[in-house]
Design a protein around this ligand. Structure first.
Ligand SMILES: O=P(O)(O)O[C@H]1[C@H](OP(=O)(O)O)[C@@H](OP(=O)(O)O)[C@H](O)[C@@H](O)[C@H]1OP(=O)(O)O
Length: 458
């Protein structure tokens, strides 16, 4: 009797441990709890979570014409490339972190043994190349945009060469534009057409061509001084201290770069392989907020409002977009619109300066190393603005009361700053941006004429 009692008890305990274990395995969420802090290394699905259930879902009510009497006549879309591998610089940092943890970390946490069992698979030659998930990002985006704007992106227009494809010369962008076209070909089962695109770095990598930007920001070590100051701030120290204690590795070895490498590893493993990696367990929610802010500081001072030249370097793209809209408006007035859509593929560093030039996501106070705690509700949050495959779409409509324009960011309508109408008249928008349309001259803004470069403008 006693033996049976112990046996039953043993079995119950054994089974509950086993069920508990498998439950805890099952219960590990597929999405890291810190995924919405990944900034420019974040998935598109984080800004459109419904896509995780149905990647081709289109909310027709969001993309419907502003009123039933309107018809779309042209679209210009500026799209960031899809999910990519880390750049060489970050692969090196990731490898250093991995070596450090494997050789020095100690502790009994199960995630630590999972980290130690993890295999370093990133290699330097991956250098920011597009991954398969990144191809899918663009294939699916193409299919959704064709569904959203069927009169602009259609098989007939593709065959008639009325859709123009332009890209930055960088491999990840060229591969993205090809994937975008592949998505359309798959959607319509097109098998007898070649893919055509143009490389135009003066439009999609304007930052490389703007001498003033290159000299005063890109090559200037002090241009990102807020980022450097934040790296040695008390909040960053606190993150390092927590990681150091979790791994039982001396604090001085957990540099800000090592902390960031852990954050990047978590983001890359998730974005590329859809895995909630054990590396994510190294960071809690408040750590991730600090590391997100560090990335946003880089974007702000290198691509956003931090220096006036960041945004002004995008003048050529800004003018090109309006030139295309003007041409469509003009074509429409005198007959048929020649091109129905322009698909332009570039980088985060293409989109952020353009959005800043157009005054989107501007906070009252600049982002600095000191004001992290005051910037919790900031507008300039790169993960919300430019995740992989981020897209800014301008749609021109002809309506009974004239031409109207609507803007979509990441497939969601966005109002123009200080204009509270969803789809204002095109001439109002031109008026709103008249200063930029009549100025914002590339040569004036980008040619370096002064020996002493200013980089403190806001
Ligand atoms: O920190 P990394 O090396 O990933 O920085 C990249 C840029 O990525 P981002 O800062 O936007 O996350 C990359 O922009 P992308 O839109 O093409 O991904 C940029 O082209 C590349 O030059 C790297 O910039 P950095 O100057 O080496 O920091």
């Amino acid at each position: 009797m006693k033996t049976t009692y112990f046996l039953v008890n043993f079995l119950i305990t054994f089974l509950s441990v086993m069920v508990g274990l498998s439950f805890s395995k099952l219960a590990r969420p597929t999405i890291p709890a810190i995924a919405h802090y990944f900034g420019t290394k974040g998935r598109y699905e984080e800004v459109n979570p419904h896509l995780s259930d149905d990647i081709l879902f289109v909310n027709k009510s969001l993309v419907a014409p502003p009123s039933p009497d309107c018809r779309a006549i042209h679209m210009v879309s500026v799209i960031r490339h899809g999910t990519r591998y880390p750049t060489t610089k970050n692969v090196i940092k990731i490898a250093r972190l991995f070596d450090l943890v494997v050789s020095q970390a100690s502790g009994a946490a199960s995630w630590l043994s999972d980290i130690k069992a993890w295999k370093m698979w990133y290699t330097e030659d991956m250098d920011g190349r597009l991954v398969e998930k990144g191809r899918d990002d663009h294939r699916h985006l193409a299919m959704r945009l064709a569904q959203s704007f069927p009169t602009l992106i259609s098989e007939d227009h593709l065959r008639a060469n009325r859709i123009e494809f332009i890209t930055s010369s960088k491999h990840r962008c060229v591969d993205s534009v090809k994937a975008f076209q592949e998505g359309l070909h798959r959607l319509w089962n097109v098998q007898d057409m070649d893919y055509k695109h143009y490389v135009d770095d003066s439009l999609m990598r304007f930052f490389d061509h703007c001498e003033r930007f290159v000299e005063s920001v890109e090559k200037n070590k002090t241009a990102l001084k807020e980022v450097e100051r934040f790296k040695s701030s008390a909040v960053m120290d606190a993150v390092r201290r927590k990681i150091s204690s979790r791994l039982q590795i001396p604090f001085n070895q957990i540099t800000p770069d090592m902390a960031e490498a852990a954050f990047f590893l978590c983001s890359y493993e998730f974005a590329i392989k859809s895995e909630n990696s054990p590396w994510c367990d190294l960071l809690d929610d408040s750590d991730a907020q600090v590391l997100e802010y560090k990335s946003d500081l880089k974007q702000y001072w290198k691509r956003g409002y931090g220096h006036a030249i960041n945004r002004k370097s995008s003048c050529p793209l800004f003018h090109d977009i309006f030139k295309r809209l003007d041409k469509a408006a003009n074509d429409y007035r005198f007959g048929d619109v020649e091109k129905t859509a322009t698909i332009q593929v570039g980088h985060g560093e293409t989109l952020l300066p353009l959005l800043s030039l157009m005054s989107f996501f501007k906070d009252k106070k600049p982002l600095t190393a000191e004001n992290f705690s005051l910037q919790h509700n900031r507008k300039f949050r790169s993960g919300q603005i430019v995740p992989y495959a981020a897209n800014l779409v301008f749609v021109l409509y002809e309506c009974s009361d004239g031409l109207r324009i609507q803007l979509f960011l990441n497939e969601k309508p966005m109002t123009f700053p200080k204009m509270n109408q969803a789809a204002p008249l095109y001439e109002m928008v031109r008026k709103h941006y008249s200063k930029l349309l009549n100025g914002c001259d590339f040569n004036n803004e980008c040619n370096v004429r002064q020996a002493n470069l200013r980089n403190t403008e806001l």
